[in-house]
Design a protein around this ligand. Structure first.
Ligand code: NCD
Length: 334
């Protein structure tokens, strides 16, 4: 099934499309960095391109509608839109919108479409809601996280970061750890990496938080090499990329007992970093839970810890994505 021009699941991307998006994101990064440093004027062709795209995009309207907490995803989408000089209407706490009065998502989306936005960036609390919104939307819906479902644009910036530091997206061993059951970023990244040849996935988590069967079946069906492991030192030593995630306590329905059982089981500190190959990188979609950290603060300045740079890459990847979406270029993905 084709979801374009909506951005709902990473299964709809393919390596050729990602590669093109990443190349564009890299160009946009250079443009904006030159602009920020005052040097864009020495590159007149880039300056002209940026100016003319900004003129074209200047009357485009992006709505961000977030039913759940967000720092990076919303601000980087909005910053990306602003860098293009698009206009943004931001609803950072949609729970306080008319949803609190009982309005359905269907009515909310249908009504928002009446304002002729060029895209709606939507974060919802339940899996499948972004797809439900897309079904009634006359404009592109960008899934910015649907409950424990997926977070496709996070995977784009994750993969862009992998490509920047490791130099490739194929022939990689990727260790994913933490809350594999509830972490939507892991789900999206696993589906996306499954499209690249030679990728081997290692999964480590407390047993209560292991990967859902449907993702495991997908990997089997697509003949992706994977293993569920419990030896952290071994996983760290074999990985080219370590993708660590937060225990999603807010998905536990208030079960403090479960949280107490699973927290702190797999923590990365400086000792664990010594098991990594020198070329391996540590990623995390962030936030790290500072109360019970799954990565200790001492790791932040480690040269192989790339999660802050990873978050910063959200700007370039989302600029490239918004450019495509508002230009209607996502109709022809590959
Ligand atoms: C993640 C999310 O919201 O799924 N954060 C993000 O968007 N970068 C990860 C998380 O909340 O743990």
């Amino acid at each position: 099934m084709s979801y374009w021009p909506h951005i709902l699941y990473t299964q709809q991307f393919d390596p050729a499309w990602c590669d093109k998006l990443f190349r564009r994101a890299g160009i946009l990064k250079s443009m904006i960095e030159l602009e920020v440093s005052g040097k864009l004027r020495y590159q007149p062709s880039l300056q002209d391109e940026l100016t003319s795209l900004r003129e074209e995009f200047g009357n485009r309207l992006i709505l961000t509608f977030f039913y759940e907490e967000s720092t990076r995803t919303r601000t980087s989408f909005e910053a990306a839109a602003h860098k293009w000089r698009m206009r943004v209407i931001s609803t950072p706490n949609a729970r306080f919108s008319s949803v609190a009065k009982g309005e359905s998502l269907k009515h909310t989306i249908q009504m928002l479409c009446g304002y002729y936005p060029d895209a709606i960036v939507l974060r919802t609390s339940q899996e499948g809601m972004a797809e439900g919104a897309a079904a009634v939307s006359s404009v592109p819906i960008i899934n910015a996280g649907d409950g424990i479902g997926q977070h496709p644009t996070q995977s784009l910036l994750d993969l862009y970061t992998i490509k920047s530091y490791v130099g490739r997206c194929d022939n990689l061993t990727v260790l994913m750890g933490g809350d594999l059951l509830n972490g939507r970023t892991v789900h999206s990244l696993a589906y996306l990496l499954a499209k690249y040849p030679g990728v081997r996935l290692l999964f480590i988590s407390p047993p209560q938080l292991s990967l859902a069967e449907k993702i495991i079946s997908h990997l089997r069906e697509h003949r992706v090499e994977f293993a569920i492991i419990n030896d952290l030192a071994r996983g760290l030593a074999e990985a080219d990329v370590v993708y660590w995630t937060r225990i999603q306590k807010e998905r536990f329905g208030g079960d403090q007992g479960l949280y107490d059982q699973v927290k702190g089981q797999y923590v990365i500190g400086l000792e664990q970093m010594t098991y990594l190959k020198p070329s391996a990188i540590l990623l995390h979609p962030l936030p790290i839970n500072s109360a019970d950290p799954e990565i200790l603060p001492e790791v932040d300045n480690h040269p192989q810890a790339k999660y802050i740079a990873q978050a910063a890459n959200g700007l370039w990847v989302r600029m490239a994505l918004l450019e495509q979406v508002v230009s209607g270029m996502t109709d022809t993905p590959a």
